[in-house]
Write a protein that binds this ligand. Structure first.
Ligand code: KE4
Length: 432
């Protein structure tokens, strides 16, 4: 086994953290519960790298779970923030920066004619569900097993991400009455969705999904799946909602809806559009968005929504991404990486299936194919836990869960990819 790196300070700080915060973390997946060992505690990040408190450097494929798509602490983002800081950190009043970021989102994302900023992806998904119900007058919603739409009660039904990682049952504290209107179907299964519509005539407000699943590992839509959902929702007077909190501005500048040419009625966004500061957003057709207070009766609000710092970081990040060749670079990096990972696993005799789109990738330690959450659970999560720690000891920081996607950035170099592939080659041989 690889020599383990010195993590003395991380261990000490994490031990103290567990006395102060549940599980020692501010978000469950960070606790490394499903992989070997304790989390490392970050000290600083720059470009494609993270350093822990003991001075170990890691090539980072989590990128703060998506926002660091231009690389951590991009100098132009930092400079813009420094300038914005001089004017204050929060206004609680309209500011022109909101117009600017709104214009960029509207111009980029096909479904969005009007947008509302919030502070997280969870908030965006909560609000969009309320809007779906307000617009259609219907209470039920269809989501897919393994998809994660934040931690709001209504969505904690067969959710992905940390819920899947920790193998949690649908969370305690969520009243049955709240989730009774949440219907679920296997991802990529149009027949199951058809049946739900048939069983609930005029009762379903809409279908919400990750157009590329990044919270049950990485599951792309099968050909025709997104198009089929578009047809089914139209036929049934229901709304189609793409949760692009993760895929937005990551798999293309216009998100999955642009990449696959399927336009939903509403879209949620987050992560990248905040450039590392807390931002979420929901948007869509003007006819629907005009229902949102104070333009319309559907209430939603937020103290720090649209704050100038988050708007500034988001604007600069999108400006950088809009530059020619960004997504070609991201996809080339991701493709090289997963080709190398697959070759390394096969050489070590370890079953693997992997794929990528734009700056997002994933792999499962099983034969595949993986088309839905049930098939994703065939992955060898125990072996993944060993792989994760072995890679960490070689200076590679992967998402600490078999049920998360990986992220490349414009800051990753070909050398970083080669170094990572070499670490996979060594690790697969060591753990097998
Ligand atoms: P946040 O509330 O964490 O900003 O966003 C929730 C959310 C909504 N929709 C999608 C498609 C998402 O991926 C997320 C959040 N993603 C996880 C990573 N799988 C956040 C990481 C965490 O929970 O710490």
């Amino acid at each position: 086994m690889t020599n383990s790196i010195n993590t003395t300070r991380s261990e000490a700080v994490f031990e103290a953290a567990q006395k102060l915060m549940p599980g020692g973390v501010s978000s469950p997946v960070r606790a490394f519960k499903s992989v070997n060992g304790n989390p490392i505690v970050f000290d600083r990040v720059k470009g494609p790298y993270a350093w822990d408190l003991d001075g170990n450097r890691f090539i980072d494929y989590v990128g703060s779970w998506g926002p660091a798509i231009c690389g951590h602490s991009h100098p132009e983002v930092i400079a813009s923030l420094q300038e914005a800081l001089e004017k204050g950190t929060s206004f609680g009043a309209p500011c022109e920066l909101e117009n600017k970021l709104a214009e960029m989102v509207i111009e980029a994302v096909p479904s969005v004619e009007m947008v509302r900023f919030v502070n997280s992806g969870t908030e965006a998904c909560m609000a969009v569900l309320r809007l779906m119900r307000a617009f259609t007058g219907r209470d039920k919603v269809i989501k897919f097993e393994g998809c994660y739409h934040g931690h709001a009660d209504m969505f904690l039904v067969k959710a992905g991400s940390g819920v899947a990682t920790l193998g949690l049952p649908d969370s305690p504290g969520v009243p049955r009455s709240t989730t009774s209107n949440t219907l679920t179907a296997p991802y990529n299964d149009l027949e199951a969705v058809k049946e739900l519509f048939a069983e609930n005539p005029d009762g379903i407000s809409g279908v919400i999904l990750e157009p590329v699943v990044g919270n049950a590992g990485f599951i792309p839509p099968e050909p025709g799946f997104l198009e089929g959902l578009r047809e089914l929702t139209k036929e049934n007077g229901a709304l189609l909602v793409f949760d692009e909190v993760m895929t937005g501005f990551r798999i293309s500048y216009g998100g999955a809806q642009d990449r696959f040419g399927v336009t939903p009625d509403l879209t949620t966004l987050g992560k990248v559009i905040g450039g590392g500061l807390p931002v979420g957003a929901y948007g869509g057709r003007k006819e629907i968005m005009s229902m949102v207070a104070p333009a319309g009766p559907m209430y939603q609000a937020g103290t720090l929504s649209g704050n100038p710092l988050a708007m500034t970081a988001g604007i600069k990040t999108l400006e950088l991404l809009k530059q020619e060749g960004s997504y070609e670079k991201l996809e080339a990096l991701s493709q090289r990486l997963i080709n190398g990972i697959c070759k390394a696993a096969k050489q070590a005799g370890i079953p693997i299936t992997a794929s990528c789109i734009g700056g997002m990738f994933g792999f499962y330690l099983c034969e595949g194919p993986v088309r839905n959450f049930e098939e994703a659970k065939q992955t060898n999560a125990e072996l993944f836990g060993k792989l994760h720690r072995t890679m960490l000891n070689k200076g590679i920081y992967l998402a600490p869960s078999a049920y998360e996607a990986g992220f490349t950035s414009l800051a990753h170099s070909d050398d970083d990819i080669e170094t990572t592939i070499k670490a996979f080659q060594e690790s697969f041989n060591e753990i097998n």
